[in-house]
Structure formats: C-alpha cells, structure tokens
Design a protein around this ligand. Sequence first.
Ligand SMILES: Cc1cc2nc3c(=O)[nH]c(=O)nc-3n(C[C@H](O)[C@H](O)[C@H](O)COP(=O)(O)OP(=O)(O)OC[C@H]3O[C@@H](n4cnc5c(N)ncnc54)[C@H](O)[C@@H]3O)c2cc1C
Ligand code: SF4
Length: 331
Amino acid sequence: MRPFTYTRADGVEAAVDQVASHPKAKFIAGGTNLLDLMKIDVMRPQHLVDITHIALKTIEENQEGGLRLGALVTNADTAYHPEIEQRYPLLSHAILAGATGQLRNMATDGGNLLQRTRCYYFYDTDTPCNKREPGSGCSAINGYNRDLAILGTSEHCIATHPSDMAVALAALEAKVNVTGKGGDRMIPLADFHRLPGDTPHIDTNLKEDEIITSIDLPAKGFADHYTYIKLRDRASYAFALVSVAAALELNGETIKEARIALGGVAHKPWRVPEAEAMLRGQQATRENFRKVAEAYVAGATGYGDNDFKIELAKRAIVRALEQAYKMEGAA
Ligand SMILES: Cc1cc2nc3c(=O)[nH]c(=O)nc-3n(C[C@H](O)[C@H](O)[C@H](O)COP(=O)(O)OP(=O)(O)OC[C@H]3O[C@@H](n4cnc5c(N)ncnc54)[C@H](O)[C@@H]3O)c2cc1C
Ligand code: SF4
C-alpha cells in the first residue's frame, strides 16, 4: 500500500473542504471496497477523509412521504430497519442478498453505490484495463468475460456495476442527495451511474468534491408485490450473474404499474421504461411477462463466455414477475 495522509471530518462542509483542498483525495466510509483497492494498488488516493463520524446515520421520513436514508447508515441497519422491512421490503431483500453479515455491518449506503466493478482484470494490475488505466485497453472483451456486461457496453469496457442495493433503488426510483463546493443537488438514481462509453474510468456523475449525504425513497414502496432474484455461482458471498428487482402494482388482476431493474448485466442498474409500460393495463400472464423480457434485453450483446446471460436474464425477468404477482394478497 502506498503512503497517504488522513483526516477525520465531523461535518459535511468540513468533509467537502478537506477533500477539495487535497489533490487526489477520497472520502472513506466503511472502507470495505476502498481499502481493498488501495492494498492491491488499484486505487491510489494520496489523502483520505474519514466521514464515519458525520451525523448522517438516521432513517427518517422525507417530504415526499417516503424515507430518507442517511449516507452513513450501514447496509445492515438499513435492511433490518422496521420501516424499510415493512414499506420497502424489495430494498431490504436486495441488500441482504449482497456480501455477508460482517461486511453489511461495515458497508454504508453511500459507499455501496460507489463501489467499483468486480471485473477481474480491473483488480489485476498486470493486465491492461481502461477503467484502471485509461487508454491501456480492455482485457475482458477478448478475454474471460463470463461475469461481464451484455447491455450498454462500449468498445472500451464491458464491466458491470456490482451493487445489489442500487438495483432495488433503481426499481424504486430513488434519488441521491449530494453536496459539494458547488452546493447541494439531487441526482435521480437512474442518472447516477454512467455507461462506459469512451470514459470507462468514470463510474458515476458525482463530482470529485461531492459527498453523498442521503438517499430518498419515494412514498410508493411496492410492498405487496415485489421480488429480488439474484442468480450467482454460490448461494452466498458471490456477485450477481444476473439479478432482477421486480415490483408490481395491481388493480384486481390487471397490472397498473410494473418496475423492473436488472443487475449484473450492465455498467449501471438497467431499466427499460418503455418495456415496463407494455405491462400497463395487461393481465399477469407468462406470455405477457415473456414479451416484456424479450423487450428488456433487445439489443443485448454477448462476448463469448457471457452469451448465456441473455437467455438467463429473460428467464429471470419472467420468474421475478411471476413471483411478485403471486405473493400472498395477490388477486
Ligand atoms: C468480499 C466482498 C463481497 C461483497 N459482496 C457484495 C455483494 O454481493 N453485493 C453488493 O452489493 N456488494 C457487495 N460487496 C461490496 C460492499 O457492499 C461494498 O464494499 C460496500 O457497500 C461499500 O461501502 P463502504 O462504506 O465500505 O465504502 P468505502 O469502501 O468506504 O468507499 C467506497 C467508495 O465510495 C466512496 N464513498 C463512500 N461513502 C461516500 C459518500 N457518502 N460520499 C461520497 N463518496 C463516498 C469512497 O471514496 C470510495 O471511493 C462485497 C464486498 C466484499 C469485500
Ligand atoms: S471490462 Fe472494463 S474494467 Fe474490465 S478490463 Fe475491460 S476496461 Fe477494465
């Protein structure tokens, strides 16, 4: 690990000032991703600003009738919070599908959204990787790419975003509140993560000096009809090959609204609102679910080892929608 300096901030403004005034500075929260990357020399911050003492650790009602998650609430405290379990069980299930109990006790909600890709080449400093070293090339496109993306890829990068939490937040249409030297702003979750394009080293639309302060959940939590399916190689301690967050609002047997977000398939949680709209006013039949699944992955490209993900994603969408529909209380 390379030498770095360290300060601790006790407020948001101080944290932003400290990051802005040091070259190559990073915030550190739970440290479960950043420290690992520093140890293997993939990330090389020269200064760390510890934000774990800032009072962003509560879950409260927000002005929209939903909940505001402080950025420093741990993944465990979020998943087991009674209001989250009752009103946003989709989010609770998605978080609990990720990592392990020990990690979730340290990992924070803000840090979870900013964790880096799990592409093997990104972690291997002996190989070219445009995300780690811009312009060096992508080892995955013609290499081992079984875990990697099938949607929204570019010739420069086919990495996936590994967060489970972000997939549920995308389906719930959450918003991310941030503060920086330029003031406060809100970024819809849908616009938070970026596609790789020709700048795969930039994962999100957050500026260097901006800190995530909270995540807002809208009032609608889809608590009656939801599911999170995570398909992976092992039952625990593995990232998604494909995951699906599905949420339905029903009017009798008719679908009033459907939300579907995919994980493990793109550089960001993947949503196709036009495909979701195909279910509006329709019956919850396997045939209708299959049509939506086809539309969801239209345009998907396999890179050899990961070709299987295209069919896997379709089947996972159908299964997720069926599970969401058939929950207790379903018409
Ligand atoms: C073995 C292992 C298995 C895992 N499995 C899964 C899994 O299955 N699913 C899953 O979703 N995740 C998984 N994770 C990832 C884990 O959830 C993340 O590492 C964790 O959520 C990151 O949160 P953190 O607080 O530790 O972030 P840190 O490591 O402290 O920070 C991560 C990044 O976010 C930045 N940052 C942190 N907080 C803020 C903030 N408030 N504002 C601005 N920048 C900030 C940091 O500068 C850093 O760049 C796994 C991790 C490990 C080590
Ligand atoms: S897919 Fe992206 S992260 Fe993986 S090697 Fe290629 S450029 Fe690097």
